[in-house]
Design a protein around this ligand. Structure first.
Ligand SMILES: [Zn+2]
Length: 205
């Protein structure tokens, strides 16, 4: 199962992470995450369970060699990020985005789209393909932006589920379509309950 990172002569570690929306397979080297991909999550078996905790001891790293602290760091960052994302999505902006090792596996355009999306969208707020193209400095590239979304190696963390069509429909999500709606509503539900608490706390006039 052990492969070498294509960016350098270093170990690539595969870790299986059970999450509230199903199992994900994380691949990472000491420089960061290569990919985080769903394992057999389909429309038929999609059955979210928010009581699942994401902790180091619930995950399984597969490697033929022992992992050192440097190789462990992106894995721990990813687990912390996912745990906060599912438990308290309102706080996700406060958690550092895990280290990412893109290197040679993507074009500059794709990296620009992925990073712009990650840096300029907030949990619970959807944007359109056209708006994302605009933010990337390529007004007319909504179609190419859509293709970059399809090739997203790190869904959830690079939040392609927040990109929707101009008519407000969700469009396709490669993991399984119901998950896109579930993720958006998971993020905005939390936002709403925070706003409600603010209203309750507001002094009466
Ligand atoms: Zn790497």
């Amino acid at each position: 199962m052990t492969r070498v990172c294509d960016a350098a002569d270093v170990l690539l570690v595969t870790t299986i992470i059970p999450t509230p929306v199903g199992n994900y397979e994380l691949k990472s080297c000491h420089e960061g995450i290569h990919s985080l991909q769903p394992v057999n999550i389909t429309e038929k078996n999609f059955n979210p369970n928010l009581s699942i905790d994401i902790k180091e001891n619930t995950c399984n790293s597969q490697t033929t060699e022992p992992i050192d602290a440097k190789q462990k760091l992106p894995i721990i960052q990813c687990l912390n990020w996912l745990q906060t994302y599912f438990k308290n999505p309102n706080d996700i902006q406060k958690v550092p985005v895990p280290m990412i090792c893109f290197k040679t596996r993507a074009t500059d355009f794709e990296k620009n789209v992925w990073l712009t999306l990650t840096e300029t969208t907030e949990a619970g707020k959807a944007i359109t393909y056209a708006e994302l193209a605009n933010r990337c400095g390529h007004q007319k590239a909504s179609r190419a932006v859509g293709t970059a979304m399809k090739k997203n190696p790190i869904p959830l963390i690079i939040p392609c589920h927040r990109v929707i069509r101009s008519d407000g429909s969700h469009g396709n999500y490669s993991t399984c379509n119901p998950m896109k709606g579930w993720l958006l509503s998971h993020e905005s539900k939390q936002k709403k309950s925070e706003e409600e608490i603010d209203m309750l706390d507001a002094p009466e006039m």
